[in-house]
Design a protein around this ligand. Structure first.
Ligand code: SF4
Ligand code: SF4
Length: 355
């Protein structure tokens, strides 16, 4: 069955007044947030942009969405999880400070920002998936326990998935650091001995008893390691860190994580994709991130697969070529869409309706 995807064109993503008007029109005519009821706690999944990054969806547009939710008598909060890599979004305090410096304040968005804490066990919820690659997803409790979820997704390129949109934002962005590493990592980590302080945190968390400390340095037994990535997620000195080179495996794990994060929310979800400021890499890049496509517009749907597919098709049509393949020739971005459809996350067929 075809899903409905609503669209408004945008010519200049930084024209705050005009884009806000367009966004309001999109929300009103699409009805994608009509599932929201009074008193619902609505998690608004955002990405506050790494320091130095300007591609993230502006706070003013998050404000339009949050105020629409508030006008329905519901209680939205903005949230994102912490990153694996060292940056300004690794822990709740720095992450909150950065969000504030990027304009995500109560004055602008109308609601508060909540960042889960990876060091507090209560903030993580294990959600069974029983997928081919993920048995249990390590998700932020705050997303799982919300009454509904509205995901604000920046549609752009990505080194492992070709492009990143709704599926990726939900999968990586609702996962705690342990879960993020689980998605990225599928090979045995190596220890950077210079950085290792022999604290033993990795030994404690390893579910496969694959690590021992020898002469004050961690030592991983590759035969026992199951590639879960837990050790890299807890290591305080970044001595263990490895990313998989397999885009296919990462994309499939992402889909299984998105499946877990959206469990029980089939009728309590909305995805708003901003196909503007289309950069080569994701918004986690706090460095030069070249623009590879023009501003196209904003799309909204209750189907995460259709909204990503429609975005991809619109980008192809506008640019006359696959700019994501050009940027990341080694990745096949369609794996995430096809696998998401196969898992029943949504449809590849859609009807595009201009709002
Ligand atoms: S990746 Fe997982 S199984 Fe392998 S050493 Fe690290 S914690 Fe243990
Ligand atoms: S957690 Fe990191 S620093 Fe601590 S022993 Fe393991 S590898 Fe070394």
């Amino acid at each position: 069955m075809k899903s409905k995807v609503y669209f408004v064109p945008v010519k200049d993503a930084d024209d705050i007044k005009r884009v806000s008007e367009r966004l309001k029109a999109l929300l009103a005519s699409s009805g994608v947030m009509d599932f929201i009821r009074e008193e619902d706690k609505i998690a608004v999944k955002a990405h506050f942009g790494e320091e130095g990054n300007t591609g993230y969806v502006r706070a003013e547009y998050a404000g339009v969405i949050c105020r629409d939710i508030i006008s329905r008598g519901a209680k939205p909060f903005l949230s994102d999880t912490n990153t694996l890599y060292k940056g300004k979004r690794t822990n709740p305090k720095d992450h909150l400070d950065l969000a504030k410096s990027h304009g995500f304040t109560k004055e602008i968005t109308g609601c508060k920002v909540i960042i889960p804490d990876d060091t507090n066990k209560e903030d993580t919820l294990d959600v069974p998936v029983n997928g081919k690659l993920v048995k249990t997803a390590k998700l932020a409790r705050i997303f799982v326990e919300a009454d509904g979820i509205v995901a604000i997704n920046h549609f752009k390129g990505h080194m492992l998935s070709g492009f990143g949109g709704a599926i990726k934002n939900i999968a990586m962005g609702c996962a705690m650091r342990e879960g993020k590493m689980m998605q990225h990592c599928d090979v045995c980590p190596e220890v950077n001995e210079e950085n290792c302080i022999g604290c033993g945190e990795c030994v404690k968390i390893c579910p496969a008893n694959a690590i021992i400390i020898v002469s004050q340095k961690a030592n991983v037994d590759g035969k026992k390691c199951i590639g879960c990535g837990n050790c890299a997620a807890v290591c305080p000195t970044w001595a263990m860190f490895v990313f998989s080179s397999s885009g296919e495996s990462v994309q499939k794990k992402m889909v299984e994580y998105a499946y877990a994060a959206l469990k029980g929310k089939a009728k309590k979800r909305a995805f708003i994709n901003f196909a503007v400021k289309i950069n080569k890499e994701c918004d986690c890049w706090g460095m030069e991130n070249p623009r590879i496509g023009p501003d196209i517009g904003i799309l909204a749907s209750s189907d995460p697969v259709s909204v990503d597919r429609a975005c991809f098709d619109l980008v192809m049509k506008t640019c006359g070529k696959n700019i994501f393949k050009e940027a990341h020739p080694e990745q096949n971005s369609q794996i995430q869409l096809n696998y998401a459809k196969a898992l029943g996350l949504g449809s590849l067929e859609y009807e595009l309706l201009e709002a």
